[in-house]
Structures are given as C-alpha cells and as structure tokens.
Design a protein around this ligand. Structure first.
Ligand code: HAM
Length: 416
C-alpha cells in the first residue's frame, strides 16, 4: 500500500520544535497573566462572511489565501486565517461588553493561509494572538507594545526591530485617501502597476502601499505619507505612545509605509521584524482596530491587539538539550518487569521523572537503553535485588554504583 503523506505547507511538530512551542506558550501564559490577560479558546472554523467583512474584500488574505469550502448543506465556511475576527465574533456573541470594562484575552492555535510555502511561511501556521478590548487611550496601545517587548525579552530575543506607524482615524484617513487617489491619478507609470494595484488604486489605495511587487513599490515610493495627514488627535496619541516607549527603553523605527495586510486597522500599527529568519521577516504584527466590533454588529467599542507567528519565533529560539530525567529502571531477570513498573509508578507519584525498560533483551542492550534514556541514575532490578528488597543504583554520569534499600529510592533520587 502506498504511504499517505502530509499536504504541502503543513508540518508535523516533534521535539525539539514541539518543546520550543511549549516554552513559548508557557512563558506567554506567565507574562500575560501579569498584565491581566485570560486565555480563551475559539473555533478554528467560522462562516466565510466573518472574514470577508472584517479582514476586507480587497486584501490578499481574503482574495487569494483563504481555505474556503461549502459544508454538506452548502454553507460557505472558512478555516480561520487569523484569530482577531473570531475573537471579536465571540466577544459580541457572548455579550462580554460591559461599559467601562476592559477585556484582555489571548489565545494560541493554528491558522490557515494558502500562501506559497517557504522558510517561515506555512499554509498551516500557529499564532499567539492577544486582544485588548474596550480602551482607546494611548496608554493602552503602549501597555500592549510593552507587554510584547517584555515577552520577547524574557524569551531572550534581542535582535528584533519594532516598526511603528499610525494609520489615522475616521477623520484623517479620508484626507490621506484623497491625497493617494490624486497621486495615482497623476502617476506617470500608472499602467505599469500590477493588476491588483490598478484596481486597488481606486477602491482601496492604502492597499497599494502594501504590494510586494518590486515595480509597484518603486512607482509608489513618493506616495503621500499618512503621517503628514494625521489629525491633531491621532498625532497627539501617536506621540504619547512613542514617548512611553522611549521612557521604557523600547527602541523602535517609524515606518510610514507599514499599512499591514488586513483592512481593519486604524491608529497605531506595529510589526516586530528580524533579519535572521529568511525572507519572511515579520515575527509579530498588530495594531488598533476601533471600528471592527461595530462593523461586526457589536457596540462601538475600541480595541487593539497583536499576533505572534510561533513558527517564526521558534526559528529564533536556539535548540536546547532536553533536561535530564531522574531514573531509568533496567530489568535484569524475568520476574522483574512488573515490580519495575510498580517501582516506576511509586517514583512518579512522588514527583520523579523517568522510564522503565520493558524489554528483556541482553544485559548489554538494557544498559545501552539506560545510557540513551537521558536519566541521571539507572536502577537495576534483578533476582538478587528482588529477593532482598534492594536496588542497585548506577550514576550514569560517573559510573559509580551502590546498593540501597528499595524503600529508600525516593529519598535517594530526591537528595541527588
Ligand atoms: P498578521 O500580521 O497577518 O496579523 O499575522 C501575525 C503574524 O503571524 C505575522 O507577523 C507572522 O509572524 C505570522 N504569520 C502570518 N502568516 C504566516 C504564514 N503563512 N506562515 C507563518 N507565519 C505566519 C494578524 O493575523 C492579526 N490578526 C494580528 C492582530 C491581532 N491584530 C490585532 N490583533
């Protein structure tokens, strides 16, 4: 029979990668709880309309990258390409809105985008997604960025760049949009823009600034800058966030072309980038999305958030040797396997970590298994040990051997 292989762009995760994911998640739980965040879980599958209405019809994600299919009753469903839309749907549906209350949540999980796979870019990838709902003050934006910086610092990541921008609000965005429309109307090489940009120049000109095609980027390098069009409110708020980052010692680079790939952003946007993970440099990205909750049928509640790409963060995490376990029990006679398992159970119930060898192969192969097990001690259980309720303990680092009473095993292993 032919073997079935995984589909393109997905990965099986085994140690050390799965261990790295566990560390990234554990550190997130620990750090985020200090800032008052709760972990939540939401579905991987949602109605397609949720994503087209929130991420935006004109985005690459909605136009080219979604895994969309009809279910058995013909309803259009989509495997989530990101978590924000689903979290906001859940926030509205579960009536989590309370006036004056800020909701802080995070979630981990797989996301799906039909992109061309390469290093750091998968069709099934994992995000750590964080949302702060119910505050529009610059201090909320700043706290969010500081939390991300703290998390990355506690993971030991230092060679990262924080890129920041402000995309303006309902007041200043139309002014910038009009300036962009004018720019495209008068652009000499307009015909050389790619098909997407030609269409978007009219319908959603900000998206043109996000195009990855080299020629489009060249042609639009002098496009009007959003920063020159910010209203007083947006400018003051942006400056306040930057001031807080300055005083907290978070370095950043102002990046006026940072428009992000999703349409729901307004105000502060940011990305964390690294030059050490290949062509896909964005490790994390996020920003404010004040209109989204209303747009999805909820109250007019402001919100901000970010998501980290776990695969990209794992690429930046060095491999570490697995921690040593406490014991490996080698069975040396036919009567030993069951007592060995009972002993292992007693030791594990006492909080010790280790394995018992089930096999009854040669003495040499059992000792080889002990050496390979990554344990500190091998506990040998043969006829003599069974008869005397003893154990022979061998220190696998020094090779030293001693005999102890079996009842002393827990104390012995804990002492060392
Ligand atoms: P995003 O920038 O589309 O934002 O994705 C966030 C991160 O997910 C990226 O910076 C990257 O590390 C990772 N990522 C995206 N696509 C892939 C891929 N194909 N393979 C591997 N990693 C990938 C969002 O998704 C927003 N929902 C973030 C947000 C939350 N904004 C506000 N709240």
């Amino acid at each position: 029979m032919s073997k079935i292989q995984k589909i393109k762009g997905v990965a099986d995760l085994f140690p050390p990668d799965s261990t790295k994911f566990a560390v990234l998640e554990g550190t997130a739980r620990e750090v985020f709880s200090r800032y008052g965040y709760d972990e939540v879980r939401i579905p991987i599958i949602e109605k397609t309309e949720l994503f087209s209405r929130s991420i935006g019809e004109e985005t690459d994600v909605v136009q080219k990258e979604m895994y969309t299919f009809p279910d058995r009753k013909g309803r259009s469903l989509t495997l989530r390409p990101e978590a924000t839309a689903g979290l906001i749907r859940a926030y509205i549906e579960n009536k989590l809105y309370t006036p004056g209350k800020v909701t802080k949540v995070f979630t981990f999980g797989p996301m799906f985008r039909y992109e061309r796979p390469q290093k750091g870019r998968m069709r099934q990838f994992h995000q750590l997604d964080v949302e702060l709902i119910g505050a529009n003050e610059p201090q909320a934006d700043a706290e969010l960025v500081l939390m991300l910086a703290t998390y990355l610092r506690e993971l030991g990541m230092r060679q990262l760049t924080f890129e920041v921008n402000s995309l303006g609000c309902r007041e200043c965005r139309p002014v910038h949009r009009a300036a962009l429309n004018d720019f495209f109307k008068n652009l000499a090489g307009f015909d050389e823009l790619c098909d997407d940009c030609t269409r978007r120049a009219e319908s959603n000109p900000l998206r043109v600034l996000d195009c990855k095609v080299e020629r489009c980027r060249e042609l639009t390098k002098d496009a009007p800058n959003i920063e020159d069009h910010l209203c007083d409110g947006c400018r003051t708020s942006y400056e306040e966030v930057l001031k807080i980052l300055d005083s907290a010692g978070v370095d950043y680079v102002k990046t006026p072309r940072l428009v992000r790939g999703l349409d729901y952003y307004v105000g502060l946007t940011f990305e964390v980038t690294s030059t050490d993970i290949g062509a896909q440099t964005a490790v994390a990205g996020g920003g404010r999305y004040d209109g989204l909750i209303k747009q999805l049928g909820g109250a007019d509640v402001p919100a901000t958030g970010f998501a980290i790409g776990m695969e990209r963060l794992a690429l930046l995490t060095p491999d570490t040797a697995p921690a040593k376990t406490d014991f490996f029990i080698a069975v040396l006679c036919e009567a030993a396997p069951s007592p060995a398992l009972q002993l292992a159970q007693t030791l594990r119930e006492a909080g010790l970590r280790g394995e018992t060898g089930f096999d009854s192969g040669s003495m040499k192969s059992r000792m080889r298994a002990a050496d390979k097990s990554g344990a500190r001690f091998c506990l040998l259980l043969g006829d003599e040990e069974l008869a005397g309720d003893t154990l022979t303990v061998k220190n696998l680092e020094t090779g030293e051997q001693a005999s102890i009473a079996r009842a002393e095993a827990i104390d012995f292993l804990k002492k060392d």
